[in-house]
Design a protein around this ligand. Structure first.
Ligand SMILES: C[S@@+](CC[C@H](N)C(=O)[O-])C[C@H]1O[C@@H](n2cnc3c(N)ncnc32)[C@H](O)[C@@H]1O
Length: 310
């Protein structure tokens, strides 16, 4: 908790923000419409005594009363996916369409890949890329469980993802999602389940700055893989401006064809991105990017930028 005090001037209503970190994470799920209708899932889960409450995102629920949500028959049948509300937002900004060629550059465990597949009814061609070999098998398991059939799994370093096909022709995508590896500050709540705790690391400005260096390489490659007019969504689950606005600022400085676009999401309160941090000044368009805070959206902290290739 002490670490977050560095964000006192960045995060509005800072004391309310700190209070929100005292509360446990709510449990959220996304109905997998590739396999089941929302009404049928609700009916089946209610038989376990599970209470479901609609969230502002379509096909998403907060739930309680389900002790082992990752071990029901419906889970194994792929009828739902356990996914925090904030994690469902980047695909909504990406707005994938049927028939498009889409790249998810850092895909495991596949929450957003499977959401994109559901949004496009398995009718877009999706590349799901992941570097970590162990996490590749988790990705494969989840995509199979969820009935995702439109995906090609690849194992490249995102920053070195090939820009050419084997015959030498350029490889360009209509949409690229870069849900980057990050320090994960946005996952923190004071009381965490064991599985959540395992995913957090020690927070420090130095760790953020180091991560920022990798993210800057990744965002340039993500952008270079877009066709003209294509859309890149960059997201992280951290508050650190080094990993958020500074990374997008780096892209804008190095790629004049990159243009940040403003967005909103119905029913979700978003905060403007910052245009300065400590001794750093960022491009004014960084205010068009969006921050997701747990005292406004009861879920993980997130950052989302929508970038068009002109
Ligand atoms: C934030 S997680 C992605 C979560 C995923 N998009 C989802 O919604 O389920 C970031 C992922 O990037 C992977 N990763 C880390 N460094 C990478 C790199 N250089 N290239 C590709 N993937 C990388 C990590 O192993 C991790 O699985």
């Amino acid at each position: 908790m002490e670490f977050f005090k560095i964000y006192r001037d960045l995060i509005p209503e800072f004391d309310v923000f700190l209070d929100s970190l005292e509360k446990a994470h709510p449990s959220h799920l996304r109905v997998n419409t590739l396999k089941v209708r929302k009404e049928e899932l609700k009916e089946r889960l209610s038989r376990y005594g599970c209470q479901l409450e609609e969230l502002p995102v379509e096909d998403a629920f907060a739930f309680s009363g389900l002790e082992t949500p990752g071990a029901t028959l419906e889970y194994f049948l792929g009828y739902y996916h356990l996914q925090g509300l904030s994690s469902m937002l980047p695909p909504l900004v990406l707005k994938p369409e049927k028939g498009q060629l889409i790249l998810d550059m850092c895909a495991s465990p596949g929450s957003k890949t499977s959401q994109i597949a559901a949004m496009t009814e398995n009718r877009a061609t999706l590349f799901a890329n992941e570097l970590n070999k162990k996490r590749l098998s988790i990705l494969k398991f989840q995509l199979e469980r969820l009935g995702v059939t439109s995906t090609i799994i690849t194992n490249y370093q995102a920053q070195n993802f090939p820009t050419k096909l084997p015959d030498g022709s350029p490889l360009r995508f209509d949409r690229v999602l870069l849900d980057a590896p990050c320090t994960g500050e946005g996952r923190y709540r004071r009381i965490m389940r064991k599985d959540e705790l395992e995913k957090t690391s020690e927070y420090s400005e130095r760790a953020s700055q180091r991560m920022s260096g990798y993210q800057k390489q990744m965002i340039l490659r993500a952008f270079d893989l877009l066709r003209e007019g294509g859309l890149l969504v960059y997201s992280t689950c951290t508050y650190s401006p080094y990993e958020n606005e500074e990374v997008v600022d780096h892209l804008l400085r190095n790629r004049p064809e990159a243009k940040v676009e403003e967005f909103s999401i119905n029913g979700i309160r978003l905060q403007e991105g910052t245009i300065s941090w400590k001794d750093r000044e960022f491009h004014k368009d960084l205010s068009k990017t969006r921050r997701v805070y747990p005292h406004y959206v009861d879920s993980w902290g997130f950052y989302i930028a929508k970038i068009r290739r002109l």
